[in-house]
Design a protein around this ligand. Structure first.
Ligand code: C2E
Ligand code: CA
Ligand code: CA
Ligand code: CA
Length: 275
């Protein structure tokens, strides 16, 4: 083994130490944030492309940080997963979302993201049911969004969990479709009701013919399997029009609305109806 330069070694030791400390601080802050309810749901509409009506909202977590403002989920969801806090975080977000959505028209659905690590835990459905029950929110109004990475680790557990959801009237959407572990097999072997085409394809359609072909192919395949489709990341109205013309059911993206606070939803719905 090469003898390390003691100065370099100490440098790395300090860098690692710093990183570890930072991670631990973040975990501790997150723990406190969950306990105090500082993780809040934002909502982004899912729009039916055939008539432009809002069909529901996706729940997107935000950390309302006293100094750093609204922190995006990519910065803290992985921390929550690692620290074993993702179950508590989901319960907190879901409870608040159910309370908010109880004030919206009944036909509007709620789509909640579940982390891949949660699909390894068979107590997940009970956790969700308990939260719905205590908020008086019907299972039929809930949809869960899962990514394919959650299906590959423990296939049987994931299958059991999703089947339990489906039996209780909860829809299952396969998120970020086309990225990562994507396999057409998943559509056959898991009880999936909807597929969300990843925004990277939608964003690339304009400039990349291959992405466009993939979107066309995914939509044709979904239709033949009887699976509904949502395209995410729609930023231009023309993209929504084209997607609708080739059979996409729902759209989501900045073109319709950015994720908003719960108290902004009623005004948004009022405006959307008038439009
Ligand atoms: P996702 O589930 O794929 O959510 C869609 C992301 O795309 C959201 O980012 C949304 O704000 C963003 N987006 C929506 N429309 C557009 C658009 O037109 N253009 C572009 N460029 N982006 C758009 P966000 O809110 O930062 O969330 C990032 C990811 O964090 C989510 O990706 C999801 O995987 C995860 N996440 C968010 N909330 C939760 C949660 O409560 N639980 C779990 N487990 N994961 C969550
Ligand atoms: Ca999602
Ligand atoms: Ca997605
Ligand atoms: Ca994503």
């Amino acid at each position: 083994r090469a003898k390390a330069n003691p100065g370099t070694y100490r440098f790395f030791e300090h860098a690692m130490d710093r990183e570890l400390k930072q991670t631990l601080r973040l975990q501790r802050d997150l723990h406190a944030a969950i306990a105090s309810g500082a993780i809040v749901p934002f909502y982004q509409p899912l729009v039916r492309l055939s008539d432009g009506q809002v069909a529901g909202f996706e729940v997107l977590a935000r950390w309302n940080h006293p100094i750093r403002g609204h922190i995006a989920p990519d910065a803290f969801i992985p921390v929550a997963e690692e620290a074993g806090l993702i179950g508590q975080l989901t319960t907190l977000i879901l409870r608040q979302a159910c309370l908010d959505a109880s004030k919206w028209p009944q036909h509007l659905k709620l789509s909640v993201n579940l982390s891949p690590v949660q699909l390894k835990d068979t107590s997940l459905p009970d956790q969700i049911f308990r939260t719905l029950r205590s908020a008086g929110f019907p299972t039929q109004r809930l949809e869960v969004e899962i990514t394919e990475s959650g299906l590959v680790n423990d296939v049987n557990t994931a299958k059991t969990i999703l089947s339990t959801f489906r039996t209780s009237g909860i829809d299952v959407a396969l998120d970020d479709f086309g990225t990562g572990y994507s396999s057409l097999q998943n559509l056959r072997s898991f009880p999936v009701t909807k597929l969300k085409i990843d925004k990277s394809f939608v964003r690339a359609m304009k400039t990349d013919p291959q992405s466009k072909s993939l979107v066309v192919g995914i939509l044709a395949m979904s239709r033949s399997l009887g699976i509904l489709t949502t395209a995410e990341g729609i930023e231009e109205a023309s993209e929504g029009v084209w997607l609708q013309s080739i059979g996409c059911d729902y759209g989501q993206g900045y073109c319709y609305a950015k994720p908003m606070r719960g108290d902004e939803v009623p005004a948004y719905l009022g405006g959307a109806k008038a439009a």
